[in-house]
Design a protein around this ligand. Structure first.
Ligand SMILES: NC(=O)c1ccc[n+]([C@@H]2O[C@H](COP(=O)([O-])OP(=O)(O)OC[C@H]3O[C@@H](n4cnc5c(N)ncnc54)[C@H](O)[C@@H]3O)[C@@H](O)[C@H]2O)c1
Length: 251
């Protein structure tokens, strides 16, 4: 049997106090990685994640930083390096979503969504990559979305940003190969604070369940994909977009 070990590796997961990021951080820690749990204004939840990991013997820290701000990202990366050592794995997961008619979308709305969902991927990757290049190895995993392929009415900036994440993933994959592997995950509907099942209207719930899997996914079902991509099992994966999505999109 093949087991995944990330023993001795250090991973930074952005937006890891909740949802998919949290599940990814926990899965990487369970495989032996040291974990930096990035968050913005969610100290209590981030500390709880760190506590749970520490209880299982993992070394983990929480690090607050707004990933849309270059200086804060640089400071975060330095802090992680000082506390846990060089970063081997970066998971660009932090994100926001906005439902709004296109013609009511303001410049501020656009910047908020695109800065968080796309620019932050650029900023965090740019901060971490020099160390990876120097060491000749590293893994980047960018969390995109099925909506980056499909598009959806009322979600223009989000769809644009997530399509951008896919393009950026492929550009970086080509530029930093073969030493560094850059891949993306494009989840389908997942039960997280961004898409809480209990807040869904019957109509939305019906749409989200009208997929081959006939249900919304759980964060842990995305974490498995991230764990695979972070590991040597994915050693031949470059610029790929894996789609744990219950069959919603079969591209
Ligand atoms: N839930 C879904 O159905 C779904 C589907 C496809 C893709 N995704 C993507 O998965 C990722 C995680 O989302 P989730 O569903 O777990 O929701 P979530 O709201 O639980 O997670 C997003 C996290 O990002 C953090 N964040 C937001 N802005 C930030 C900033 N500027 N700096 C640092 N952290 C910031 C939030 O505080 C939150 O903890 C996002 O990129 C999202 O777009 C989610």
């Amino acid at each position: 049997m093949t087991t995944i070990s990330l023993e001795g590796k250090t991973a930074l997961v952005t937006g890891a106090a909740t949802g998919i990021g949290r599940a990814i951080a926990v899965a990487l820690a369970a495989a032996g990685a040291h974990i930096a749990v990035n968050h913005l204004g969610r100290a209590a939840e981030a500390r709880q994640v760190v506590k749970e990991m520490a209880a299982r013997g993992a070394s983990a820290i929480e690090v607050e930083a707004d990933v849309t701000k270059a200086a804060k990202v640089e400071r975060m990366v330095n802090k992680v390096r000082d506390a846990l050592g060089p970063i081997d794995i970066l998971v660009n997961n932090a994100g926001v979503i906005l439902e709004k008619p296109f013609l009511e979308t303001t410049e501020e709305d656009w910047d908020f969504v695109v800065d968080t969902d796309l620019k932050a991927v650029f900023l965090c990757s740019r901060a971490v990559l020099p160390g990876m290049v120097e060491r000749g190895s590293g893994v980047l995993i960018n969390i995109a979305s099925e909506l980056g392929f499909l598009g959806r009415e009322l979600y223009g900036p989000y769809c644009a940003a997530k399509a951008g994440v896919i393009g950026l993933t492929r550009a970086m994959a080509r530029e930093f190969a073969p030493a560094i592997r850059v891949n993306a995950i494009a989840p389908g509907p997942i039960n997280t604070p961004m898409l809480p099942l209990e807040n869904m209207s019957a109509e939305v719930l019906e749409r989200e369940r009208a997929i081959p899997a006939r249900r919304v996914g759980e964060p842990e079902e995305i974490a498995g994909t991230a764990l695979f991509l972070a590991s040597d099992l994915a050693s031949f994966y470059y610029g790929q977009v894996l789609s744990p999505n219950g069959g919603a999109w079969m591209g």
